[in-house]
Design a protein around this ligand. Structure first.
Ligand SMILES: [Zn+2]
Length: 334
């Protein structure tokens, strides 16, 4: 851990469905104090407020600073959001409606707050500070419980007229395929997310397949951790290998199609599943995408693994807040 830096400090928060990550970030984009809280996903708004404030305070404490040293706060949150008002409009995963993220944090820390969609801040973090450094046209795909995407065109996040552009998780990749959480059938998320893989592993077990995952996946809604999946995959468990290969193929199918449409300079593949499975998974995705990408005969589009891991969200959130309230966000050398 570095000592608290001179210059402006920003608090970045990544509000996820299972955990809240908070970090104090200096003007060289280094995390100088970090904290983690479990997300109170079912307890409602007051518990969520307490957890957010507590994560922020703990990060400040680790950094050895008080709230008066903060220039801004940035937070990435699941949506749908009212980004300008800084409100979570509704989130079944967090069990809140019209939750005032911005107001809550402004009141607790007395500093301006920028709110943005969690996947977008992760993508923006990777674009500016991770695998996307030096590029202008980037597509980021994050594979975890669900599948999220972030499209960056000419250096800016594309949100579209709807404000929601970039939702690659709900591209249909299998007509009349399995039902998705969004109500449609055959979405990418319904066949290639960890949730989808878990459901298929459970099916295989029910049909009598022998797999070490039998101890973890006891129902179709069991929580299979990415590490458990990657452990089984690495040990050569046929069920894990088959399902990971299949998920990577579908992800590649979607990304290859997007390569044809968008021609980005780089596609960044991240998220918990990718982190845990690492290079072999990215290779599978790359090969599957290239097989679809008829519009890229010279293989100009790079397909690379994300670099910031779990920190992409909090670093991206801090960066968005820094750019809005402090300055350009470019590191300032003294
Ligand atoms: Zn869907």
């Amino acid at each position: 851990m570095t000592t608290p830096a001179e210059g402006s400090l920003v608090l970045g928060i990544d509000l996820g469905g299972t955990k809240i990550l908070a970090g104090v970030v200096d003007d060289q984009h280094r995390i100088v104090g970090r904290a983690k809280e479990s997300t109170p996903a079912r307890e409602g708004p007051e518990a969520l407020r307490e957890a957010l404030v507590s994560a922020g305070r703990d990060a400040l404490q680790v950094a050895g600073i008080g709230p008066e040293r903060l220039s801004a706060i940035g937070i990435g949150s699941p949506g749908p959001l009212d980004v300008d008002a800084g409100v979570i409009r509704s989130s079944p995963n967090l069990n809140v409606t019209d939750f005032p993220l911005k107001g809550t944090l402004e009141e607790a820390f007395g500093t301006p707050v920028a709110v943005q969609n969690d996947v977008r801040v992760g993508g923006y973090g990777e674009f500016k500070l991770g695998a996307g450094r030096g590029y202008r046209d980037v597509l980021a795909a994050f594979v975890g419980t669900g599948i999220g995407g972030c499209l960056i065109r000419d250096g800016r996040i594309v949100t579209g007229v709807t404000g929601n552009a970039g939702e690659i998780g709900h591209l249909i990749v299998k007509a009349d395929g399995p039902k998705c959480g969004c109500g449609r059938k055959g979405c990418l998320e319904a066949v290639a997310s960890r949730t989808a893989i878990t459901r298929r592993v459970y099916k295989a077990i029910k049909k009598g397949a022998s797999t070490p995952l039998r101890d973890v996946v006891k129902s179709k809604t069991s929580r299979l951790k990415s590490k458990e999946l990657s452990g089984a995959y690495r040990s050569g468990d046929p069920v894990a290998v088959h399902e990971v290969d299949r998920a990577a193929r579908f992800l590649g199918l979607a990304l290859g199609g997007l390569m044809n449409v968008l021609g980005p300079e780089i596609i960044i593949v991240g998220g918990g599943v990718t982190e845990a499975l690492g290079g072999p998974f990215v290779d599978l995705v790359r090969n599957a995408a290239r097989a679809q990408a008829m519009a890229d005969p010279d293989r100009l589009v790079r397909i690379e693994q994300a670099e910031l891991g779990d920190d992409s969200g909090l670093l991206g959130a801090a960066l968005i807040a820094r750019e809005r309230f402090v300055g350009t966000g470019e590191p300032q050398r003294t």
